[in-house]
Design a protein around this ligand. Structure first.
Ligand code: EPZ
Length: 466
């Protein structure tokens, strides 16, 4: 497919084959010193648009490793984890072009010249999802060297099920110096039963199985929408996958995959976060560009709490000024209540009349936000994987510390209803998964600003400047 030399209207730049040169300045996400300053008490009014899903974009970018042809992805969120994924692929010799201007949510990935099938510790330690390159690399290149991710704020999060699954497909896997080495002349189709439902484990094996010899049957798979979105992309690339979105996925291996163009699904967790923001602030907010069918468990629970909302096509409207009622949640795999919405729901529970019991079933250490909410005046008792939240309690602005991506979102929500000013430190966590959160919230009336060193908006930079 000939590519135009350079055209301002498409935002594409000519590329030099082999050399990984990237003509971009990363989006306006802040530095690690940034803080968010929020004054609470303003109902959110108007409309906010949801970005593409980080947790669908990351496996989709890794899937490009499976072919030497271009993969074009649209609706890519401008978040820090995407930049990390770009670096990861570029370090292997891939060319990753993140668009800018009108094409800023598009990325073109070419893995025609992969020189080094390796994911280094420096990158993997900043983003666990980097391990998603393991399956595609061993499937296409016959060899992969991937750093083990190490510990994480929310739990141990081992990747043993990824490894066991690849061994079932015939990969020889060794581990030394903190790295996994996987080798296989060609993977062979097999039956893999996951001992536990794992989202990225399912995605890793799904990608590996596309180029395996014969049929692979994956059982006890994750049914998350992000898994189905990955399967849709892979089928566009020529894979033969059936059953994505169910617990059993069948993959008929092929010898080669080709390029494709694919639009990433909307971010259901970002959408859920804005829905709770509107419910908490007593606002009237339209959340557009989302897929309500991905939000079933959350919407049902919020209605139980007395939140009035309406879904319509690609939008959810929240008109909520009624008092909130307490409700219990237990986090589960999709379509159950998502663990990535647990922290945000905890903030809502602090403003609900009565006691809510929150049970975290997926990760063993995902209540780090609770103590910060207590510092703001919340009444929360933790007992292992159970938290009892008593409300309604008045929250007051304070200096708080974000510990991980969703914990930081719960603190932003608390600050929106707190009396006075809240200063949230370490917001680099939130930049990992929320695109321009302060601009989006400001656009619907929130009193929010970022302090710290702001990076310039994405614009073309002359090659010599890199
Ligand atoms: C994905 O993580 C998401 N990340 C997480 O979102 C999300 O919280 C999680 O799924 C659950 O929904 C991405 O998609 C990039 P798992 P993943 O493997 O795949 C255990 C966010 O906030 N397990 O489904 O790493 C594991 O420890 C992030 O955006 C093993 O024991 O989660 C956990 O207890 C945070 N061995 C459970 O399974 C394995 O090999 C589920 O984890 C793999 C997982």
């Amino acid at each position: 497919m000939p590519r135009p030399a350079s055209s301002a209207s498409t935002g594409a730049f000519p590329r030099t084959i082999g050399a990984t040169r990237l003509l971009q300045a990363f989006p306006r996400s802040g530095s690690s010193m940034d803080k968010l300053v929020i004054r609470g008490g303003t109902p959110l009014l108007g409309s906010v648009r949801v970005s593409g899903a980080k947790n669908a974009a990351l496996p989709a970018m890794a899937a490009a490793l499976l072919t030497e042809e271009d993969v074009i992805l649209e609706n890519i969120p401008q978040v820090r984890d995407i930049e990390t994924e770009r670096k990861l692929l570029a370090a292997m010799g891939a060319e990753v072009e993140l668009g800018y201007g009108r094409a800023q949510h598009r990325t073109t990935i070419s893995c025609s010249h992969l020189a080094k099938p390796e994911a280094s510790y420096d990158l993997v330690k900043t983003m666990r999802a980097s391990t998603l390159v393991l399956g595609p690399l061993v499937a296409r290149m016959g060899h992969a060297r991937v750093s083990l991710p190490g510990g994480c704020a929310i739990g141990a999060r081992p990747i043993d099920l990824h490894i066991k699954g690849l061994e079932k497909l015939g990969a020889k896997i060794t581990q030394e110096h903190g790295y996994i080495e996987a080798r296989a002349d060609r993977l062979k189709g097999a039956r893999v039963v996951f001992e536990k439902i794992t989202v990225t484990g399912t995605e890793d094996l799904l990608m590996a199985a596309t180029l395996a010899e014969g049929e692979t049957v994956l059982e006890n798979c994750a049914r998350e929408p992000e898994v189905s979105d990955l399967a849709a992309l892979l089928n566009k690339m020529g894979a033969r996958i059936e059953g994505a979105g169910t617990h059993t996925i069948r993959v008929h291996g092929v010898t080669k995959l080709h390029g494709a163009r694919h639009r990433i699904i909307p971010d259901r967790i970002e959408a859920g976060t804005f829905i709770i923001a509107a419910a908490l602030t007593g606002g009237d907010l339209m959340i557009s560009g989302c897929d309500p069918s991905h939000l079933g468990a959350l919407i049902e629970k919020l209605q139980e709490c007395g939140v009035s909302l309406r879904t319509n096509g690609e939008s959810v409207r929240v008109m909520s000024d009624a008092p909130l009622k307490a409700a219990d949640i237990t986090t589960e795999e999709f379509p159950g209540f998502p663990t990535d919405m647990q922290a945000q729901f905890m903030t809502l529970a602090t403003q609900a009349e009565g006691a809510s019991i929150i049970t975290e079933n997926i990760f063993e250490n995902r209540f780090m936000h609770a103590q910060e909410l207590v510092r703001m005046g919340a009444n929360i008792k933790i007992d292992g994987r159970r938290a009892v939240v008593r409300g309604k309690t008045a929250l007051s602005g304070a200096a708080v510390l974000a510990s991980d991506l969703r914990a930081s979102a719960s603190l932003v929500l608390a600050a929106l209803v707190a009396d006075g000013e809240t200063i949230i430190d370490r917001v680099y966590h939130i930049d990992r998964g929320y695109e321009r959160i302060e601009e989006k919230l400001k656009g619907v009336g929130a009193q929010i600003r970022r302090i710290g060193e702001l990076l310039p908006r994405r614009s073309p930079v002359p090659v010599s400047a890199i």
